[in-house]
Write a protein that binds this ligand. Structure first.
Ligand code: F6R
Length: 241
């Protein structure tokens, strides 16, 4: 695990966009794993700028997102489909993008199909991750074991509370989501994790310096051979590096 610390979130976003750019320039038909939430928004803005400036071409790129809420209509502005359209897909020329279908009532079938489609696409070359305050990656919540495949997840009260800021009230935050499993994430050839702000400092310290523990799902990343972590000073403030 390589950890880089930058002075500002803006620098983190530019560094993350540089990693994505290198991947796409090296392999124009890359398969990218994408994330939602507050953390990657500025990275997506940088990627859009690079595309608009004629530097990055996504025309052969395929993307798979980490997760989607269960049962939230895709027309809802906080569905992850809507988020991705607004923050990236509507502004670049990605060939094909896929998110788990949170409206498919046959969750098991949908999750199995999702993992199979990732495999058929050749696997994820570069997976972008944020980290939850509780250490989740995707929506793999703290637990006594790691779940391997894409699955239907019960969101924990802390995640529901954290995502409350995107909805009018806590009642409106969906309670379940379809998420890539830990195994799906770990199969990516390389992983780029971004964490910003003081609120993430404690969990970042546990991820980087604590034991590998399913109670801190992100700690499993230390067992992956190609993980780059980009932090701003605030998120890095509890590291003893
Ligand atoms: C998003 C996802 C989550 C977020 C995490 C951090 O697709 O899977 O793991 O990355 O909850 O969210 P933010 O960036 O809003 O702090």
């Amino acid at each position: 695990m390589i950890v880089h610390v930058f002075d500002t979130p803006a620098q983190v976003a530019r560094a993350a966009a540089a990693v994505f750019s290198a991947q796409i320039l090296k392999k124009p038909d890359s398969v990218l794993g994408l994330a939602t939430g507050g953390t990657p928004v500025d990275t997506y803005k940088e990627l859009i700028k690079l595309h608009q400036d004629g530097i990055l071409d996504f025309s052969q790129v395929t993307t798979f997102n980490l997760d989607e809420y269960e049962g939230l209509p895709t027309s809802h502005p906080e569905s992850y489909v809507a988020f991705m359209k607004r923050n990236l897909f509507d502004h670049v020329n990605i060939k094909q993008s896929r998110l788990p279908d949170g409206l498919n009532k046959d969750h098991q079938k949908e999750c199995a199909a999702y993992d199979e489609e990732i495999r058929q696409a050749g696997g994820v070359d570069l997976q972008l991750l944020g980290i939850g305050n509780n250490g989740h990656i995707g929506f793999n919540e703290p637990s006594d074991h790691f779940v391997y495949d894409t699955n239907l997840v019960d969101l924990t009260p802390s995640t529901i509370k954290a995502n409350r800021r995107f909805f009018d009230s806590e009642d409106q935050v969906p309670r379940k989501a379809l998420s890539m499993g830990i195994g799906t994430i770990m199969e990516a050839r390389s992983i780029l994790m971004i964490a910003l702000g003081e609120g993430k400092a404690e969990v970042v310290q546990k991820m980087v310096e604590g034991d590998i523990d399913p109670q801190v799902p992100a700690s499993i990343l230390r067992a992956h051979k190609d993980v780059t972590v980009l932090l701003d000073r605030a998120a890095a403030s509890k590291l003893s590096l």
